[in-house]
Design a binder for this molecule. Structure first.
Ligand code: PMT
Length: 320
């Protein structure tokens, strides 16, 4: 039986429709995602939806201020690359301007510091990438172009919580067309709180009115309708982020028991680059990098994706 905290799918769907404005392009994007999933699915390829980055929740209708969930997008962008290496096609649902596959490696670089002029002057000169500023740029660019040419990566952007929720639903319905070949890898940091439109001030909140007190409602969890109704045959992975390690595994197990999906990747904010636990119904596997591996810039996302690839393979054979 659903508890008050975990409302059933029709209630979640009703609230989504009434309290979160759908972006105007949602149907167009859904069409693109459906075509992408069907094209790759019929070529025998698996398709993964990677969500990445944090959602933004406005505090005013004509928004000046908003509440942001922390996420650089590195987990999602890095994981997307490893999924592509293992033959998946990737729908990358990410926060506008968060880290992006391949370009993430050069995120801190000033473009003009990374280029050199050679031969000639003015408009006819050659521009050359500086390998010192852009290490490994040749192979990275080559791989990026192969992925692009193969139409293997479909980027979709969100900024606000409302956009994220509607685009997630659209993506789930689009990928459901390929059944168990679809994976959902929900690494985005999604707000648990929002202000419904009926309670939101229209104009900028005035500081002359004194200290600000806000009351926010709970966001319905999308995992329930996703697993039960939108993509019931897909392989679904969620993430659990905590800052207190002592409650992490208990919270991850709770999420699995509530939503009955396939795995939770549990991580603690401070140690997330080197340590995660993959929690499933009857197991838990620790993935950890040694200090030496961290120095050599081994990425834990490679281990996470390898682990899930094997689990997804097993899942698909069970479904057939
Ligand atoms: O981007 P980085 O800087 O590399 O950091 C990566 C990360 C720490 C953000 C990532 O590894 C991570 O843990 N992401 C999930 C963080 C989170 O917001 O957890 P949560 O407890 O709010 O949500 C748990 C799960 O429920 C998530 O998979 C989320 O997609 C899903 N959810 C959340 C809210 C909501 N309304 N519906 C949902 O389905």
């Amino acid at each position: 039986m659903a508890s008050a905290e975990t409302p059933s799918s029709p209630i979640v769907e009703g609230r989504l429709a009434q309290e979160f404005a759908a972006p105007s392009h949602v149907e167009t994007v859904k069409g693109l995602m459906t075509e992408f999933a069907e094209r790759h699915g019929s070529a025998g390829r698996r398709v993964v939806l990677v969500t990445s980055g944090g959602t933004k929740v406005p505090l005013e209708s004509r928004t000046v201020r908003f509440l942001d969930n922390f996420s650089s997008g590195r987990r999602g962008a890095t994981s997307a690359e490893y999924f592509l290496e293992l033959g998946y096609a990737v729908v990358f649902l990410h926060r506008h301007r968060s880290l992006y596959p391949y370009t993430r490696r050069y995120a801190g670089v000033n473009l003009l510091d990374s280029l050199r002029l050679e031969d000639g002057t003015g408009t006819s000169c050659q521009v050359v990438a500086d390998e010192q500023v852009l290490p490994n740029i040749g192979p990275v660019l080559k791989r990026y172009q192969e992925v692009k040419k193969g139409g293997l990566l479909l980027p979709v952007e969100f900024s606000t919580l409302s956009e994220y929720l509607h685009l997630l639903k659209a993506a789930a319905q689009a990928l459901s067309t390929i059944g168990s070949k679809a994976m959902f890898y929900l690494a985005a940091a999604v707000s648990d709180f929002y202000i419904p439109p009926s309670e939101m001030p229209e104009h900028k909140i005035q500081s002359s009115n004194g200290p600000l007190q806000i009351s926010m409602k709970m966001v319905p969890k999308m995992l329930r309708p996703l697993v039960k109704d939108w993509a019931p045959k897909a392989f679904v992975i969620s993430f659990k982020l905590e800052t207190n390690p002592s409650i992490l595994l208990e919270r991850a197990r709770q999420a699995l028991a509530t939503y009955r999906h396939h795995a939770v990747i549990a991580n603690v904010l401070d140690t997330r680059r080197g340590y995660v636990v993959v929690v499933t119904q009857d197991d838990q596997v620790e993935l950890a990098l040694t200090e030496e591996e961290m120095r050599q810039e081994v990425e834990i996302e490679e281990r996470i994706v390898q682990n899930l690839f094997a689990a997804h393979t097993h899942f698909m054979t069970q479904q057939d």
